[in-house]
Design a protein around this ligand. Structure first.
Ligand code: GRF
Length: 204
């Protein structure tokens, strides 16, 4: 199986990263995580990456850069130096500059814990619960300059239960993320897609 080199950017727990690394090691997802970048010094995602032997694991400190463009440029350079084809955001909690987005056009993807376009923003699961939605879920999308606004690659639905809290709902959404993200990445790498307006038309 040919493994495409990818970079993962993560600010938090890194559980999606852990699933990707595991699936990659078992040949279930045709990617090789070559670079992991975090903007948080103590992100568990960095430890997960180091423990898994990812060749380049970087904490890039936003405070060392004069602005967002300069910070993003340092990230982009590290990704390009490692020859990565795809950039996968997995709980990356920084808004990306349009320069960064343009330099990885159609090669930059994100997973968001809601059924977009509903409940974009920092707390997709909590917002769906508070609104009273009866179904929640997760969305994998291409990243464009609008936050959580790029073309939709795949979605999975999770019912909202009577006794759900924000955390219980988010935990069940994450179980779906662990299936949907690697599966969507596999389709991207193996088949690809074309865009018809905002619609993603898969080649498979
Ligand atoms: C996920 O719920 C994802 O949808 C959102 O951030 C969370 C990251 O979780 N973008 P983890 O760091 O992979 O555990």
């Amino acid at each position: 199986m040919i493994h495409q080199p990818i970079a993962v950017m993560a600010s938090g727990h890194g559980t999606n990263l852990a699933v990707l690394l595991e699936q990659s090691s078992k040949d279930q997802c045709p990617v090789e995580v070559r670079v992991v970048i975090s903007n948080k010094f103590d992100a568990p995602a960095l430890r997960i990456a180091r423990d898994a032997g990812v060749p380049t694991v970087l904490f890039i400190n936003p405070k060392e850069y004069p602005n967002r463009i300069a910070f993003d440029k340092a990230c982009a350079q590290a990704i390009k130096d490692a020859g990565c084809q795809w950039v996968v955001l997995a709980g990356y909690m920084r808004i990306l500059s349009s320069e960064f987005v343009k330099s990885f056009e159609n090669q930059l993807i994100n997973i968001h814990p809601s059924l977009l376009p509903a409940f974009a923003g920092a707390d997709g699961a909590g917002d769906a619960l508070a609104y009273g939605a009866k179904v929640a879920g997760c969305t994998v999308h291409v990243v464009n300059e609008e936050v959580d606004g790029g073309p939709i690659l795949a979605q999975a639905v999770v019912p909202v239960l009577n006794d759900d809290t924000r955390d219980s709902l988010h935990a069940r959404i994450q179980l779906e993320e662990y299936k949907l993200y690697p599966e969507t990445i596999r389709r991207l790498v193996e088949h690809g897609y074309r865009l018809d307006g905002r619609r993603v038309i898969w080649n498979d």
